[in-house]
Every structure is written in C-alpha cells, then in structure tokens.
Design a protein around this ligand. Structure first.
Ligand code: ZN
Length: 507
C-alpha cells in the first residue's frame, strides 16, 4: 500500500500540473500560446498515461486488487484506494499511448477551431474536426469495451457505474413531464417581473458582491480564489488551493451572480475533500453528477429561492442602490425565476434547462452509436429545439456551436448536468428533514448547518461510495426524478398560478 500510495501521489501531482496549465490557458494565456500549450498538454497527458500504467509495476496493483475481498490486512480505506486505482488503471491500460496523444492533440486544435467557427456561426468550418473527434471517441469506446451501447463506455468516464439504459429511463420520465409543463406555463400568460434594459450593474460592485456572497456561503479565501474567464469553471490543484471563475457584463447581473453561486458550489465540494487523503480516491469527487448536485443545489435550490434573497436583498441594495430601490424581494424572486424557452443552455431557467441537456444527450448518443452522422447534426439539433422547446434556431452560433464540450472530446458529459439537478433535489428533500429550522437559518444567512451537512454526508467521503450507493446511503432510496418534478410543480405552479387558474393574470 505504501508503494501504491507513493505512485498515486505522483500521478495526482502531475495531473494538478495539467490543471494549472488548463487554468492558465483559460484565464491568463495570450492567444499566441495556443499551439505550444496544446503540445505541452498533449505531452503531459501521455506522460500521465504512462505513469498510470506504472501503477502495476511488478504486478503491484493487480496483486493488491486480487486480494481486496479476502485480505484482512487492508483497511477499508485502503480497499477503496485499490478498487478505484484498479478501475482507472484498467481503463488506461486499454488505451494505446499513441491514441491518448492523438486525442489530446486533436481536441486541443479542435477547441481553437470551434472558437472561430462559433464566432462566425460556421458549422462547416468545425465539422471536419468534430468528425475526427467522433471517430476517435467511437474508437475509445471500442478500446474500453461495453455491453449495450458504446456510449456507456464514455459515460462511465464522468458518471462511473452509470449506463445509458438507466439514464434514458430517467431522462424520458423527465421529458414526459417537462414538455407539457412548459406548455402550461406558456399558456398561463402570466408575466413575471424582470429587470429594465436601463438597469446597470457596475463591474466592481458585482465583484465585491460576489466576494461577499461566496464567503458567506462558506468559500474559504485562504484556500481559494475567484478570477475571470469567458466560460466560468472550477478547478482544484489541492483541497487547499481551489480556483473558480466567473464573468462580468454590466448590463447583466444575473449571469455573473448565478455563475458565481454555481461555481462556488463546486468549489465548496473541492474544499470539503480532505487534504490528509490528497493523492488518493479518498480525496476525489465521486462523479460529475454528484459534483453538479453541489453546484446546482447552491445555485438553484438555495440561490433561486425566496428565503435566500430575504437575507441578501439588503446587500443588493447596498451594492446596486439605484436598481434595488425599485425591486423588492418578491420582484427579485420573480426576476430570477422567469421561464422563457431560449437558444442558450447556460442561460436557461430551471424548467427548460434539462430539455437543453436531453437534446444534447439524444444527439451525442446517436453520434457515438452511429445512427446519425456529423453533417446531420445541425438539422437534428434545430428540429429538436423546435419540437421540444418551440424555439427556431437560425444561426448555429446560438444552436449546435454554442457549447465547448464536443470540441474538447467530452462525450457523455452533458447528462451529468441533469443528474446533478435530480441529485440536488433528492438531497434537499432529506436535508430539510434533518436540519431543524433550516428555513430560518437561510433567512438569517446562516449557511453553516447546510455546509456542515453536505460536508458530513457527501464531501468527506471522497470516492468511498459510488453515486448510486451514496444517494441510497444519504436519502434511503435510489435516484429518481420525482423530487425534482415535485419541486418544479410546486415552485412554478405558484409563480405562474398554475394550480389556481381563476386568479387574474398581471400584465
Ligand atoms: Zn457545473
């Protein structure tokens, strides 16, 4: 175990080097650095791959793994470390070194082509790169192996132990609810409050407010930092060095605000992993779905709730007095919960958001399974946008080119966003029962009991549980879409007077 742990620490240090390079690429690097950075990251990815293979030098890992169920000398924690190291090692072993290098190189190049193609709304420019990536990802699925669908092999990279069969059931359930629910909201004709186009939010004040908010939620600035990037994200080099980004637009407070709360949610999870376990699976997040459950919990369940703003409204007034003297807590609650089908996933409300994800899931699964080809993607995309959301896409910039994921080779990633939503509501349902007077704590801006609950129930465990086991352990049942559906029904039913159609609508 000592030998294995030493090797695992080495791997973790190397992968934090790659994370620093990615972080720098998104936050500080001049455009001219792109090619050399792609080469460096590709080189280090190959090195990391070979370090992973060295885990089994002299059969070190396979000997440990073969005795994991019978060996009385191994502690339970060591068994987790061995199990997860074996899982990762077996995957890496199946991928030839030149394949790993080629994939890293191709996606780095494609990423930059995607930027330009997106700016110009030119799918044809990006298509040849997407074709290369899809071919490589199909190949990766073959290398990794699968039972039902090649998509499962890729999904497993982000949501370990999950299958597209289970996922399809969950997402179809959700889709069957969301599409008619959205129609009933549209039919209600109720118009919620919204900001005026003249409302301006100075950047410095947004920054100061975001800082105050993140600190209040529990983000530790002695072990973390917030910076700016075109696409907000969170990264961790160590539980004691967690970074996240947001972006600013003086005409749009909500973009930066909700990106900040969302990323802070991810960052709180990363800061909640234990430093003492650094380098092993005990200090790693379980899955992207569980990660996303943390960000979405803070962003949506709390951050788009009224109680949250009963506390922070005074701060909004302090930082943006001209604007917030006009809008009460109730107004702001409506402003942040407007349901409005739109083109862009990242700007979508809670009701339409998952429809965006479902569209991507259906398309990427079909691409990997080979039932559609890259050239057909814009047409399929636009067709689904129209039939599910009623939105007509006329420019691929606001359609198929909007997301970075496919250009980075991230197939199987999108559904984890929706899994996060489902997990977050199921956790919330239990948390509300277990934390006494939780609503009072929120109104008072006391988030400590909530963060402690998340730390104790989720963060400190690292990868000890699979996502499936964790949700059962914490909530007593397997993942279901019903808590999320109930939440939407209750919240948006009230906001849009869906339950009481006789109430007059306000224009
Ligand atoms: Zn996220």
């Amino acid at each position: 175990m000592q030998k294995l742990n030493k090797k695992l620490i080495e791997i973790t240090r190397l992968s934090s080097v790659i994370s620093v390079l990615h972080w720098d690429m998104e936050v500080h690097m001049p455009k001219g650095g792109a090619q050399s950075r792609a080469d460096t990251i590709s080189y280090l990815s190959v090195l990391l791959h070979s370090k992973m293979l060295e885990l089994n030098e002299n059969n070190l890992l396979s000997n440990l793994y073969s005795s994991v169920d019978t060996n009385d000398f191994l502690s339970n924690d060591s068994k987790v470390i061995v199990r997860e190291a074996w899982r990762e090692y077996s995957k890496q072993k199946k991928l030839p070194e030149d394949f790993v290098g080629l994939l890293a190189q191709t996606t780095s190049e494609a990423h930059h082509v995607w930027w330009e193609a997106r700016d110009k709304g030119n799918f044809k420019k990006f298509a040849p790169y997407l074709e290369k990536i899809v071919a490589l990802k199909r190949k990766e699925a073959l290398y990794l192996g699968y039972t039902d669908s090649p998509y499962d092999a890729l999904l497993d990279n982000y949501e370990p132990y999950s299958t597209s069969k289970d996922l399809t059931l969950l997402l179809n359930d959700l889709k069957d609810f969301l599409i008619p629910f959205l129609a009933s909201i549209k039919a209600s004709k109720k118009i919620l409050s919204h900001f005026s186009k003249k409302d301006i939010f100075p950047k410095d004040n947004q920054k100061a407010f975001n800082h105050l908010l993140s600190e209040k939620l529990g983000f530790d600035f002695t072990r973390g930092k917030i910076e700016e990037s075109a696409h907000p994200f969170t990264t961790q080099f160590h539980p004691d060095d967690v970074r996240f980004t947001t972006r600013y637009n003086e005409k749009n407070l909500l973009d930066s605000l909700f990106s900040t709360i969302h990323e802070a949610g991810h960052a709180l999870y990363e800061q909640g992993l234990l430093s003492k376990d650094y380098g092993s699976a005990l200090s790693e997040s379980i899955s992207l779905g569980i990660h996303e459950s943390q960000s979405r919990f803070w962003e949506n369940v709390l951050g788009r709730g009224k109680d949250f703003w009963k506390f922070f409204h005074k701060d909004l007034k302090k930082f943006f007095p001209k604007v917030f003297n006009k809008y009460s807590v109730n107004d702001f609650y409506e402003i942040i919960n407007n349901v409005h089908p739109s083109f862009i996933r990242t700007e979508a409300d809670e009701v339409t958001y998952n429809i965006h994800v479902i569209i991507r899931f259906e398309i990427e699964k079909a691409l990997i399974e080979g039932s559609i080809e890259v050239k057909d993607v814009p047409k399929v995309w636009n067709g689904k946008m129209k039939s599910y959301l009623g939105v007509v896409v006329t420019n691929d910039k606001y359609g198929v080119l909007q997301d970075v994921h496919w250009s980075s080779g991230l197939f199987g990633y999108f559904p984890t966003y929706t899994l996060g939503n489902l997990y977050s509501l199921q956790f919330w349902n239990t948390m509300r029962k277990e934390i006494k007077d939780i609503d009072v704590h929120i109104v008072k801006g006391n988030f400590k009991p909530i963060l402690s609950w998340l730390r104790k129930k989720i963060h400190v465990h690292g990868k000890r549980f699979s996502a499936d086991d964790l949700i059962k352990e914490v909530t007593g049942e397997a993942l279901t879409s019903s808590y999320f559906i109930e939440y939407l029904k209750e919240k948006y039913g009230k906001l849009y007077n869906l339950a009481s159609p006789k109430i007059k609508t306000r224009k």
